[in-house]
Design a binder for this molecule. Structure first.
Ligand code: PLP
Length: 405
């Protein structure tokens, strides 16, 4: 009897790289500039247009994007940033890089998102310190109530910086007005990541979008050592200009602020441009897969529940997160993950509450955030990426039903 060929392992997420992506990178490799070449500005312009923002600043990864945003706002050691407890560590770390302290907001146990109420509760824990920034995270592609967050932040004199790493391509809706995530209508800046598991990839890569020209200019300087080569901006005029003809000295540059090397190379931008042209297709696939998941998972409720999208919105989910009542199912999450893995299905947990991490626990002590705990106890991310087929969803749900008995 012939052996049944085993089905390919389905990771929880992965990139989709096609021949034209490879061709685009190969072409960039043959060009003159591997680091800051023409594709950087092209990628920024195309990205800004895609999300509907005036400016986009490319940088080396999503973590650098968050750091640049807080640097551009001058967030410093006397300041506090509010970050939801359920997110990737980088959201909170960005504030710590600037010496600011983090106050963790609780989340809605059923969505994992910061809410108006949990933000208000976090603001009650500022103990007189200045709130400089609030960093809502659109977890999985779900959408934080930005107008409510903005109102509270405005009252406190704080800026809103969206961690939109999961939200590329998402259509949000507040008061039934559709708009694109990252368009900057409700925040100072929005940060994106192009890590291979995200909606599109540049290998490593990140982007900040904003409608504020001043912030965009500051971030462009800070991502490249804080160095300017614009003669009009030079402060050291006698060093900068030739005494004979008054022209700018060709070697001259000025470092006016302490910046970093957070540039995104031309090579990566070549991949980004090629991937961006496929974004609509990637998103359509993610939406079709998500719809199939919802249909097939319906009979498993209330044991398994998919997080519901915000009414009127059309999320381009980065992760397909379900909440599972492991206690009622009579098995641990590890046993479920092991069972799925044995059936060729990869899953992940997004995320361990950040305040539990030893670094933050040592700094701030034990947190009392029941919403985050309730969410964390049940969440599991099932495979979702643009290279999947609808049949893969059937395989995942079938395996999940088997594992949960
Ligand atoms: C991926 C991610 C980041 C960090 O992005 P990198 O590109 O990996 O540095 C930050 N926040 C969230 C929510 C993310 O998912």
């Amino acid at each position: 009897m012939a052996e049944t060929p085993s089905l390919p392992f389905l990771p929880y997420g992965r990139q989709v790289i096609e021949d034209d992506d490879i061709a685009a990178v190969t072409e960039a490799l043959r060009a003159d500039y591997l680091t800051t070449g023409p594709r950087v500005a092209q990628f920024e312009t195309a990205f800004a247009e895609t999300v509907g923002a005036r400016h986009a600043v490319a940088c080396s990864n999503g973590t650098a994007a968050l750091h640049l945003a807080l640097m551009a706002l001058d967030v410093g050691p006397d300041d506090v940033a509010i970050v939801p407890a359920i997110t990737f560590a980088a959201t909170a770390n960005a504030a710590r890089y600037q010496g600011a302290e983090v106050v963790f907001a609780d989340v809605d146990p059923d969505t994992g998102l910061m809410t108006r109420q949990t933000l208000e509760a976090a603001m009650d824990r500022l103990q007189g310190r200045r709130l400089a920034a609030v960093l809502p995270v659109h977890l999985g592609g779900g959408i934080v109530d930005l107008p409510a967050v903005r109102r509270l932040a405005d009252e406190a004199g704080a800026a809103v910086v969206e961690d939109a790493c999961h939200a590329l391509g998402t259509t949000m809706a507040f008061d039934n007005r559709p708009e694109r995530a990252g368009d900057g209508r409700h925040s100072a800046m929005a940060c994106f990541s192009f890590h291979p598991v995200k909606t599109l990839t540049t290998g490593e890569g990140g982007m900040i979008t904003t409608n504020d020209e001043g912030l965009a200019g500051r971030m462009a300087l800070l991502r490249s050592h804080g160095i300017t080569r614009e003669p009009g901006d030079f402060e050291l005029r006698s060093m900068a200009f030739d005494p004979a003809d008054g022209g700018a000295n060709p070697w001259f540059y000025e470092m006016q602020n302490l910046g970093f090397n957070y540039r995104l190379p031309d090579l990566n931008c070549a991949l980004g441009l090629s991937q961006l042209a496929k974004l609509d297709r990637f998103i359509a696939t993610r939406r079709a897969l998500t719809a199939r998941y919802r249909t097939l998972l319906a009979p498993l409720t209330p044991l398994v529940r998919a997080v519901e999208p915000r009414p009127g919105s059309d999320p381009a989910l980065h992760l397909f997160i379900v909440l599972i009542d492991f206690e009622a199912a009579g098995l641990t999450r590890k046993a479920a993950m092991d069972g799925l893995k044995a059936r060729g299905i990869g899953t992940q947990v997004h995320y361990i509450p950040v305040p539990c991490q030893p670094y933050y626990r040592a700094r701030y002590g034990e947190a009392d955030l029941p919403g985050a705990d309730g969410y964390y106890a049940r969440c599991l991310s099932l495979p979702l990426f643009a290279g999947m087929e609808l049949g893969d969803v059937e395989r995942v749900v079938g395996a999940l039903a088997e594992v949960l008995g």
